[in-house]
Design a protein around this ligand. Structure first.
Ligand code: 5RP
Length: 219
């Protein structure tokens, strides 16, 4: 229910003619459903999906899609998060779509995050940080990530190493109490083999969540 409230609220920021980055996950699912309804009522938008899953969902909901070469800019990207701290820094990638999500969030003029109350934290790091790595030499990449102080495991789904839409693996990394998210984001991305990590620092412009009385709060 919380996910539906915040997810649908984000659709109010979308205006006719906009190009919208469509995030991945069970919260932005409601944004996409709502946008589909608005499109049926005459709203003209184009969506850029952050995953194959979202591409399917957008098509099912009748949202026209665009390719990067067809557009000049992304007006708004809307996406969920796994954790949001008071500075609006994020951990993302629980759904394994962090690389495309970060590319699209960075390209958007406004990045809106939809987050139920369970996602709001004082400090990032309880949720394991997803790090996308290329399969080649991933054993070496793992050692380098461990040297930054993390315990980690490769993500397994249905008994097999999970592969992202980009054909890469995900390491779920235990960095409890991330005191300097920007530094960690940079340190991880300096490791050869790391493609991207789920720290989104200084990227969110707006976070839509709820207060303890379940009123919508826009930060
Ligand atoms: C996917 C993501 C999601 O936005 C994040 O995992 C939140 O998902 P949900 O809205 O299902 O809780 O980063 O890679």
């Amino acid at each position: 229910m919380e996910k539906q409230i915040v997810g649908e609220k984000a659709a109010q920021f979308v205006k006719d003619g906009m190009v919208i980055g469509l995030g991945t996950g069970s919260t932005v699912f409601y944004t996409i459903q709502k946008l589909g309804l608005l499109v049926k009522q005459g709203l003209s938008i184009k969506g850029i999906p952050t995953s194959f899953q979202t591409e399917r969902l957008a098509k099912e909901n009748g949202i026209p899609l665009a390719n990067f070469h067809e557009i000049e800019q992304i007006d708004i990207a809307i996406d969920g998060a796994d954790e949001v701290n008071p500075e609006l820094d994020l951990i993302k990638g629980g759904g394994g779509a962090l690389l495309r999500e970060k590319i699209i969030a960075r390209a958007a003029r406004t990045f809106i995050v939809v987050a139920d109350t369970s996602k709001m934290v004082d400090r990032l790091g309880t949720f394991q940080l997803p790090v996308e790595v290329i399969p080649f030499g991933y054993e070496m990449t793992e050692k380098h990530i461990r040297s930054l102080g993390s315990d980690l495991h490769i993500r397994i789904v249905n008994g097999q190493a999970f592969k992202t839409d980009n054909g890469n693996y995900i390491f779920d990394c235990n960095f409890p109490n991330i005191t300097n998210p920007k530094q960690l984001e940079q340190d991880l991305n300096m490791i050869p083999g790391v493609v991207e990590n789920g720290l989104f620092v200084g990227m969110a412009d707006i976070v839509i969540t709820l207060d303890i009385e379940k009123n919508i709060v826009i930060k």
